[in-house]
Design a protein around this ligand. Structure first.
Ligand code: GLU
Length: 500
């Protein structure tokens, strides 16, 4: 029987989750759900200096808002916990020492001052210092000391790190689900630190141990981790473990296509780069606070790097889960086109059931709570395709709640003719005489009246629209009258007349 698919999203809690991280989480989610697998959230918080309080909570809330919650997480643990690396220290310590015992890694006592001096010296010669097969025999480490002196230094409390002994003269052929075979010459690797002098593992060690112990079958992560793949595969080999499959996702690029979209780009480019609002020391607005729907964001992010191979652009999470495949993820970077995201948002707002959209609108516009539910749903149905953001609701529908109190000069000029005022009297009269129990609709009734009196459709519709909406655009005039009522429509006509 094949192992159950298990993937993990493994962010470091260093601040609000960037949209790039969210895309990684989404691709993990899509892949695992398609295979009936589990989605694990592991918090990689071994770097205490970069730890930011509130970040873990933010990550969990952001995934929830996007409807892609983890099946196992620090707050909802499964059988492979703890799910915070800071709580797994003993596990890493034991495995790190095992690597030393078997000769795959070694203790190194070189002080920062010594290493810095070596770096400087190399730099002045135009070279870079690399701790590796070339010089490890000349440095202060366990490879060049007796076991007894190593023990003695450790026992006396000397600071040490554990370094991986990278192989010499070996060509590695690594497999990536998106990039195919990646060849790495091990002579280009350095002897990476696995275990730090503060007793904490580095990312590489903790990540590999956890992926193994948490039975992760597929590691799907950002392209920036591709350079670490060789070390990770070598670590699996050293531990005698089968490595998982790897897939490195393409970068997300700035809208210009030049360079990676960074956390700071939100401020610079004027759009959010975080899913939900961040309430840290310096609060930052997220997509949620800026009026985006999670469905739109997720749909947009899904197509950042993944190509469904068809013309289809609108995907629900379920549809995307069915259609997704790692083999149709591109290698090249994906441009973050905010205009495209706005288009998705407009599409999703237009598609939503009015009764579903109304409660969201009420949050931004509390006065709507005093408006009859069925009326509100009608207004929403009529105007929702004009919204790009939730906040556009007022500019698109305000006239349903507040009669226009002034008119644009240009619009007034467009409708003003010698007979406009008397025509308004006639429109008011005909609107008032309509019999609501009749079999003809109001629209048919007015249209018949227009044609039997030879007035001209535009000559009636334009002043009518201007009076009702305060503008020469908007949805169908008869739909508007149905919602406002004929009495209100007549009052608005009279007001327009007073302004001619
Ligand atoms: N903690 C790493 C990060 O912050 C995880 C990388 C990985 O998925 O291996 O992105």
């Amino acid at each position: 029987m094949k192992d159950q698919v298990r993937v993990r999203f493994a962010p470091s809690p260093t601040g609000p989750l960037h949209v790039g991280g969210l895309r990684t989480a989404l691709f993990n989610y899509l892949f695992t759900k398609q295979h009936g697998g589990a989605f694990i959230l592991r918090i990689e918080d071994t770097d205490q200096k970069r730890y930011v309080a509130g970040a873990e909570d933010y990550i969990i809330k952001a995934l929830d808002w996007c409807h892609i919650p983890a099946d196992e997480s620090p707050t909802n643990p499964g059988a492979y916990g703890p799910y915070r690396q800071s709580e797994r220290q003993d596990i890493y310590t034991a495995w790190a020492h095992k690597l030393v015992q078997q000769g795959s890694a070694y203790y190194a006592f070189d002080s920062n001052v010594e290493l810095e001096a070596l770096r400087k010296e190399r730099e002045t010669n135009g070279q870079t210092f690399v701790y590796n097969f070339n010089n490890r025999a000349t440095l202060t480490n366990g490879l060049n000391m007796s076991e007894a002196s190593v023990q003695q230094r450790i026992n006396s409390g000397d600071a040490y790190v554990i370094r991986f002994k990278a192989p010499h003269n070996r060509l590695l052929k690594l497999q990536d689900q998106i990039r195919g075979t990646v060849s790495i010459d091990c002579n280009t690797l350095d002897d990476k630190i696995l275990y730090k002098s503060d007793g904490m593992p580095t990312y590489h060690l903790a990540n590999v141990i956890d992926d193994h112990l948490m039975k992760i079958t597929h590691v799907i992560r950002g392209e920036e981790w591709l350079p670490s793949l060789a070390l990770h595969v070598l670590l699996y080999e050293a531990f005698g473990w089968n490595p998982p499959e790897f897939a490195h996702l393409p970068l997300i690029l700035k809208p210009s296509g030049n360079g990676k979209l960074s956390k700071r780009d939100g401020d610079k480019l004027g759009f959010p780069v975080f899913p939900i609002d961040w309430e840290g020391e310096i609060p930052v607005k997220g997509f949620k606070g800026a009026g985006y729907l999670p469905e739109a964001l997720i749909n947009f992010l899904g197509l950042l790097g993944w190509n469904p191979g068809t013309e289809q652009e609108l995907f629900s999470l379920t549809e995307m889960t069915k259609a997704f495949s790692l083999s149709s993820v591109n290698k090249g970077g994906a441009r973050f086109d905010i205009e495209k995201l706005n288009w998705f948002n407009q599409q999703y707002l237009a598609k939503m059931a009015p009764s579903q959209l109304a409660p969201i609108l009420k949050k931004s516009f509390p006065f709507l709570n005093n408006f009859p539910e069925s009326q509100l749903n009608k207004v929403v149905a009529l105007t929702q395709d004009r919204l790009v953001f939730i906040d556009d609701f007022w500019s698109a529908s305000g006239y349903f709640f507040k009669a226009p109190n002034s008119f644009d000069e240009k619009a007034l000029k467009r409708i003003a003719r010698a007979e406009t005022s008397s025509l308004i009297d006639r429109i008011i009269a005909v609107l008032s005489t309509y019999d609501e129990t009749a079999s003809t609709t109001l629209q048919e009734y007015i249209k018949n009246w227009i044609s039997s009196n030879n007035i001209g459709f535009g000559a009636v519709m334009q002043p009518l629209r201007l009076a009702l909406v305060g503008d020469l655009k908007g949805p169908d005039v008869f739909d508007i009258i149905t919602i406002l009522g004929r009495k209100e429509a007549c009052q608005r006509m009279a007001f327009l007349q007073s302004k001619l």
